[in-house]
Design a protein around this ligand. Structure first.
Ligand SMILES: Nc1nc2c(ncn2[C@@H]2O[C@H](COP(=O)(O)OP(=O)(O)O)[C@@H](O)[C@H]2O)c(=O)[nH]1
Ligand SMILES: [Mg+2]
Ligand SMILES: [Zn+2]
Length: 329
């Protein structure tokens, strides 16, 4: 059963969690180790900072000695939190992610579609496939719940409707997670931990924790934790995902983050159409003809405004007036 190490002195592993320079990694033979990085890597000379989900090579300084992370294998994808100005302050939430599961409750707490759209844009902006999970359907009429989220089906998203309490949709969701690395996101209290426990009883995650709102600052520094699944997949639990911004995204890229807009963008009269005020805008025409949901369009308009605001602020900082203000304090 045990996989042979890559060679006598090197082993392949995946980073599961990490704090204060000590990383918990899972070797390909299933061993879990608490280890640190070789000094050379700590400085990030290859421009990569280690994060949960990273695939790494371990080695031993001397035969029989302790293992350390010697190399980070290039990522195939990542979920990043970006700050204005490109690389500035970029923080990677998780690496090698296959899909982002966005979990909302059908009720308790009431789903906010504006917030759902924000989560979708974060995933789209990172070129990751989002999927939507609507949990707690035992609290509402299932048909009404499907009707309520029909804009998302129309936009091309896959939805799973679940109830941990009544054991609805768990087998389907389980199949979606198997063999893949998924980031679980969504507001607190929607049942993310309950869903994972329902599908994988061995995980024993704490339910009903209000960690996210109470200890926000602390939890964002602690960061994401990855759990291995019995069927070869991984699930990343990220307490702070709500804080993961899309604020670094250039505002002109936002339209492409709404899949139902994509085919129309080229049909606007102006190549740089913002889809807010221009004449002959194919996106607004589609909204007027009810081919695009006006709710989704409202989300777009609101987020576009936010991104433009951030860009303006950032431009002011760059020109030095921000520094001048700071010195004046
Ligand atoms: N009625 C109902 N309650 C649920 C369901 N799933 C979770 N809950 C409850 O919702 C609360 C929050 O669940 P939790 O898993 O901690 O949510 P998380 O913050 O998203 O991880 C707990 O009291 C759960 O018992 C469900 O399908 N139906
Ligand atoms: Mg939880
Ligand atoms: Zn347009």
């Amino acid at each position: 059963m045990t996989e042979t190490p890559v060679d006598d002195v090197r082993r392949k592993a995946i980073v599961m969690s990490g704090t204060g320079g000590i990383w918990q990694v899972r070797a390909s033979d299933g061993d879990t180790l608490d280890i640190s990085m070789r000094g050379r890597l700590k400085k990030g000379e290859d421009g990569l900072k280690l994060t949960v989900g990273d695939s790494v090579m371990l080695d031993q300084e001397a035969p029989g000695g302790s293992w350390a992370i010697a190399e980070i294998v290039p990522r195939k994808s990542q979920l990043a939190r970006r700050m204005p100005g490109g690389g500035h302050g970029e923080r990677i939430v998780a690496a090698n992610v296959d899909q982002v599961m966005i979990v909302f409750a059908a009720a308790k707490p009431e789903p906010h579609v504006r917030m759902l759209d924000r989560f979708l844009v974060i995933a789209e902006g990172n070129a990751l496939e989002p999927r939507i999970v609507i949990n707690k359907i035992d609290l509402v009429d299932e048909d009404a719940a499907r009707e309520r989220f029909k804009d998302y089906t129309a936009a091309g998203y896959s939805l799973n409707f679940t109830s941990v309490k009544k054991q609805i949709g768990l087998t389907e969701l389980h199949a979606v997670l198997a063999g893949r690395t998924s980031v679980l996101s969504g507001p607190s209290g929607v049942g993310k931990s309950s869903l994972l426990n329902g599908m994988y009883p061995g995980l024993n995650l704490r339910v009903g924790e209000i960690s996210e709102s109470v200890n926000k600052g602390r939890h964002t520094t602690v960061g994401a934790v990855m759990h291995p699944l019995p069927d070869d997949g991984f699930v990343v639990d990220t307490p702070g995902l709500r804080e993961v911004g899309m604020w670094g995204m250039p505002s002109e890229h936002l339209d492409a983050c709404f899949p139902e807009f994509r085919d129309l963008i080229d049909q606007c009269r102006f190549a740089d159409c913002t889809h807010l005020i221009e004449p002959d805008c194919a996106v607004r025409e589609a909204v007027a003809a009810s081919q695009i949901s006006s709710e989704r369009y409202e989300s777009y308009a609101k987020l576009r405004g936010e991104l433009a605001e951030t860009e303006k602020k950032w431009a002011t900082m760059k020109t030095g007036s921000y520094d001048a203000k700071k010195r004046g304090r």
